[in-house]
Every structure is written in C-alpha cells, then in structure tokens.
Design a binder for this molecule. Structure first.
Ligand code: PLP
Length: 371
C-alpha cells in the first residue's frame, strides 16, 4: 500500500513506532539523523540504486533497480531463492566439494541435494554438471560458485554459457554465487553476466568489502524471477537492518578504495602461501586422484587454499589428520569432507585472517608434509 500511495497520503498503514528515540547517554543517534524505521521491504532505494550501478559496471547492463533484491547476507538470498524454486522431490545440483549451506537449504525445501564433481583444478566442469542435469530429469535449481569455496576454482565463460543455455532450455533456475568475485589478485574472474542475462547472480558485503557482520548481500536478475523470492525474504526479515543498509551504501560508494585495498591484502596472503605453503615447487595442488599441479599465479583468487593431504595419508583419514594438525600441530584447518564427500583428501586453509597468523600457521603445517 505504501509503495503505490500518493506522496501526500497520510500513512496509517505500518505497525512501527513513530516517536523519536530517547537522546540520553545510552541511545544517542547522531543528531537524530539515523532512520530506524523498517523502511521499504525492497530496501533503501539509494542502496538498491548503488547495487544496480555496481552490477552494471561489472557487465550486468540490463540490471535496473527492480532487478536487485537486497537481503540479510547472500545467505538469506540463497534461502529465499531455494524456498521459492527448489520443489519438494526435485533435485538441486550444487558443487561437491562446495559451500556447506547448499545441501542443507535444499533439504529444508524437501528437495534432494545432488553434488556434481568439479574439474581437476577445482574449476567448474561443464560436462560433469550437464551430465548430472541429464541424469536428474526433475531438477529445479542449479547452483554455481566461482571463485569457489572451498577450492578457489574458477569458471570459463564458455562453461557458463553452456550451463546457462541448458538451464534455460529446461526451465531450471540457475544461481551463480559470485560472492568472492572481487577477491582476485591478477585478473577478475568471469561472471555469469559476461555471457547471459539468464539466472540470478549473488553478491555480498561479506568478502571483499570486509563487512560480514553487516549481513547485507544481494541477488540480481530478472525482476519476475526475483519476485517469489522477495516474498520469502519479506516474510523472513521484512527488510535487512536499516543501519546495515546505510553502512553498505557507504562501502559501495567507497568501492574504488575498499576493493583495491582488499586485493592488496589478498596479494600479501597469496605471497605468504607462495613462500610458505607446505606443497613444494610453488604450486598448489587440486583435484581428484593423482595430485595435479597448477601454477599458483593462475589461482590467486578468493581466500582459500585447497591443500591435499601429505602423500601417504589415507584420504579416508582426512578428519583424523585435521584433528592431529589441530591438537598436535596447533593449526586449525577444515577437513575437505566438511564440504562434501569429494572433499576427502584435502584441507581448506583460510587466508582470511591476519598475515602473521597465516605465516605462522603455514610454518607449523610445513613439517607435516616433509615427513
Ligand atoms: C560460497 C558462499 N556463498 C555465500 C556465503 C554467505 O555469505 P553472506 O551471507 O555473508 O553474504 C558464503 C559465506 O561464507 C560463501 O562461502
């Protein structure tokens, strides 16, 4: 009702307090300028415009304000999209290894999570994904994640094009989780929007913008595709926190400073990996079976190192080895199996913390790979 009202209409619609906050010591909004009303379900129009502009600057030419859904973290965007599109009894395809929330979100909808394998470098393998799509005729949703958590893997434009086409043909929602997209050192990774308007792309304040506690993320896509997910998000949270929206707007307006600074921090961490990571020869190793080498400079994206266990350690003992590293080696990593069965034989090492901690952690890991 409020959205369609004439500007001079008196609003007796919304159940929220309209009196000022006390201005004592405990609560002191800066000169009364902090707006703590619910605000529109669609979020602050200034933030929506800023996200649309940001998406356009990154190739999403057709995204206007009505193609932006601001959410309480990209995780809430995922929840809302899954609730709106993942049909009970259908398959939801998500990477294995992959971000832990995807299978849980599918199960919460009564859908069956199906993990599709990644390529040997942890990159998207379009053939493998398309094979899974053919095998599971009743698929309602496909998730891509690139740069990937936990492998740091990427996706080529060609692979994105093939997957988008296959999803469009089958009327399957494609969700491209690109929350790590700004965390690159050498060159920006491909985006789904480089090749198509199909599907939904996720972004977030939580990674390169360095503000996960704001709980602000977004989905961009066709307004009609977003509409049912908006209903879910409105029912869930009404709208993201007003203060967080304001802070997110400030960060987006400062993106020209914030993002290069984040990339410089990331470079320092990948440099530490090149100097100190346990796998020798300046390579990181990813993938199934015989460990395949890949140049580190090709993979300086995201902030995870996907580290194979030392030779001779049984992949079935991934968790036990991670516990030994933690308790005897005094370094906490995440066993790859936390991200799916295909994560067996790997550990995820986060580069996100202080450089000194990373350096010290990598030094402590090194002897375990030399034995
Ligand atoms: C791949 C991926 N997607 C989404 C999220 C959720 O991020 P947020 O809800 O903070 O935007 C994360 C968080 O770690 C993630 O790794």
């Amino acid at each position: 009702m409020a959205l369609g009202a004439p500007p001079d209409a008196v609003n007796l619609g919304l159940g929220e307090p309209g009196w000022p906050l006390p201005t004592g010591q405990a609560v002191r909004p800066d000169e009364g300028s902090v707006d703590l009303s619910y605000g529109p379900n669609t979020s602050d129009p200034a933030l929506v415009d800023a996200i649309a502009g940001y998406a356009q600057a990154r190739g999403a030419d057709t995204v206007g304000p009505d193609g932006v859904m601001v959410t309480a973290g990209s995780q809430a965007a995922l929840f809302a999209l899954f609730q709106a599109y993942a049909e009970p009894g259908s398959a939801v395809l998500a990477p294995d290894p992959g971000f832990v929330a995807y299978p849980t979100l599918a199960r919460l909808c009564g859908a069956t999570p199906v993990g599709y394998p990644l390529g040997p470098d942890g990159d998207l393998d379009a053939d493998a994904l398309l094979a899974a799509l053919c095998e599971h005729g009743h698929t309602s949703l496909v998730v891509l994640n690139h740069p990937a958590n936990p492998t740091g893997g990427l996706t080529s434009s060609g692979a994105l094009e093939r997957v988008a086409e296959a999803c469009a043909e089958r009327d399957v929602l494609l969700v491209s989780d690109e929350v790590y997209a700004e965390l690159w050192v050498d060159e920006p990774p491909a985006s789904l929007r480089d090749v198509t308007d199909v599907g939904v792309v996720l972004g977030s304040m939580s990674k390169a913008f360095g503000a996960p506690g704001l709980r602000i993320g977004w989905a961009t896509g066709d307004p009609e595709v977003l509409a049912p997910a908006r209903l879910v998000h409105n029912a869930m949270t009404t709208a993201p926190s007003r203060l967080s929206q304001r802070a997110a707007l400030a960060l987006l307006e400062a993106a020209g400073e914030v993002l290069p600074a984040a990339r410089e921090q990331l470079r320092l961490r990948w440099d530490a990996v090149a100097r100190l990571a346990p796998c020798a020869n300046g390579h990181r190793f990813l993938g199934d079976g015989p460990q395949k080498a890949r140049s580190r400079s090709a993979g300086r994206v995201g902030f995870y190192l996907w580290l194979p266990l030392p030779e001779g350690i049984d992949p079935d003992g991934t968790e036990a080895f991670a516990l030994r590293l933690r308790d005897e080696g005094r370094v906490t990593t995440i066993p790859g199996t936390a991200f799916g069965a295909r994560g067996s034989g790997f550990l995820r090492v986060s580069l996100g913390g202080p450089v000194e901690d990373l350096e010290e952690g990598l030094r402590r890991l090194a002897p375990w790979w030399k034995a």
